[in-house]
Design a protein around this ligand. Sequence first.
Ligand SMILES: Nc1ncnc2c1ncn2[C@@H]1O[C@H](COP(=O)(O)OP(=O)(O)OP(=O)(O)O)[C@@H](O)[C@H]1O
Length: 716
Amino acid sequence: MDILKLLSRSTKQTGKNASGKGAVILPSAGTPANPQLFHDEVLESRGKKRKRGGEKVDVVKQGEEDDEVDFFASKTAAPKTKKGRRESGGEEESKKPETILDEPHLLDEEECRQILKSHRLKHTLLPSAKSQDKKVKKSKKGKADKKKSPSKDDYKQLYPQPLTAFADLRSTYRISGRLAENLATQGYKIPTEVQMGSLPLLLQPETAIKDVAELGGVSAVDLLAVAPTGSGKTLAFLIPAVNSIVQRRRLSEDKKHHGLQAIIVAPTKELANQIVNEAKKLSIGTGIKVVGMKKGMRVVEENEDTVQEEENSSDEEESDEDEEPKPSQKSKQPIAKADILVTTPLILLHALATKNPEKHAPMPSVKTLILDEADVLLDPLFRDQTLGIWNACVNPELRVTLWSATMGSNIEALASSTINERRRKLGLETTARVVRLVVGLKDSAIPNITHRLIYAATEPGKLIALRQLLHPTAKSADATQSLRPPFLVFTQTIPRAVALHSELLYDIPAEAGGSTRIAVLHSDLSDVARDQVMTRFRNGEIWVLITTDILSRGVDFKGINGVVNYDVPNSGASYIHRVGRTGRAGRDGGVAVTFYTKEDIPYVRDVANIIAASEKQAGKPASEASMQKWLLDALPKPSKEEKKKLKMHGVEARRSGLPSKDGKGDKMKISTKSGYERRMENNRKGAIQGSKRRAKEVEATAEDGGEESEWGGLDE
Ligand SMILES: Nc1ncnc2c1ncn2[C@@H]1O[C@H](COP(=O)(O)OP(=O)(O)OP(=O)(O)O)[C@@H](O)[C@H]1O
């Protein structure tokens, strides 16, 4: 069923924007023309203007977009064979005959600078462990120089080769032929900015930076990458990880052996599962095994120190947390056969537990550690777990990359000092340097979506406003004033998500799929239930998904038209990640709606500032900006302490979401009528509409052979 058709049948929307100038292209409407966000025109030294994305960009024209709307379609994957295996297009990498490669394509320094500038890419070499050591010694000697932290001069800007086309990955950076084929099969043509800026450096630093003296004479980098939501960071970290394992396997004598070489850590199960799927697609035909970490899985050899978790699942099975493990199962599982392991922090840390709670079993074979959503993984909530895993990666050749759309300076300092500290301990100061890559404006929301900050005054006001968005008959001249499903709704707490779900459950009429179109996802649900909701949402069966911040980071639903912050997010970073679930891969037309009430006024300024910065980045003139200066000036500035409290616990008044004994919390309740009342009302309305429709049908059939009746939208 085409939900756009169904929901728009009875609306007055014409597909034009308010000015009537052009059709509104929704994120769910086909393939984006260009996944890049920034392509400023930069004057070259010779006076010519550069085209967007450099010379080699192969742009998919609008006319070539998919005709059929497929909200959550994945990119073309290799077709499955009868046995259910993906066709890899031939033998494994190692058995393929040598192919003749094109000439490497390298740009001169001026061209590099121009392209990096036009795509708003900034590379900074961070201070080395040695230079930090010197500073500390100096400050100990001279009492006057108390400054231990690096000065501005220690940060050097770099201009490495940008990747201008995916074809260069093979011709210039010599990635595996099978990996290049897998990328082509999935339809990747134009690299996004973060891919342009990171892939050359991670694949071949010595080619990306011609003069190694620039990198302090070393030929390897660890990377801190801060790039917008939906800008393709997953591919940027997976390509080098898969490629390095393929190259190592090629040199290995035992090509069938699987040993853990790369670990990818993500904060939620949903994100970890998504990364497993992407990594598997890239690894087709390479012989690489990608595994998602499960409870009870073994990853290290046992010795007298290790404390293995009792087994209740194998690496291929869905774990059942309620099932009691049998004593005979204990430690009998073989070590998971994995080259790449994708995990949430705690589950892996448990698998590395030793009798000494301070120590974890080492993983000497791991040469790549990737922290996705690194700022949250290094936040106090996950910090010890993440550092525990990091410290267990004892291989001296370990390369670390950290990725997020937001990275506070404290997190950057922690990451950088952890990398340097580790090197110092292992005596490896000179083998690699840390490079920071920032795409666009640091810590900002994507510029290709529309933001709307709506004052709803009270909790019931928010419910009314949400129903207006959901209501397809909302009389609005501007198509951006209503929100077409599919969309996500974020609440502050699990009880509030559950309450909102039961409130809205009967808002979609039975003929449009009824309550099956609305679902809730949160961490109190079982893994199986969470997986089912994710699958149904990806398949387009669920139109409105109510959730908590569990889905705010990393999760990629390609065709989401909008995000509703039913409750104001707990921080600016949370806003950036939540709204970044729409407008992925450069898609235009996404809408981010944030409701706020009287209780939120002290905290909403951060969100307003982010919206203003995003509109400025998008080049919106001040007259068209939704965030007017007077509003920004009028909003109070929360203190550091207030911000900290908000980040930890959210807006106090709606913490529990349940009615309080003193009755004060009742005004924060999400409810107008009980679910039973709404269901009864809905049934009544359905019956009336049904009988009206039947009467009309009979009339119409009598007159002109009949016409399909329309859903008249939601009556409030
Ligand atoms: N070069 C490309 N061309 C077209 N689509 C791309 C390209 N690179 C990535 N994508 C698509 O962009 C979408 C977003 O990618 P991804 O999930 O990696 O974003 P992200 O930067 O990790 O976002 P977040 O910060 O939200 O985690 C995915 O659907 C991915 O397939």
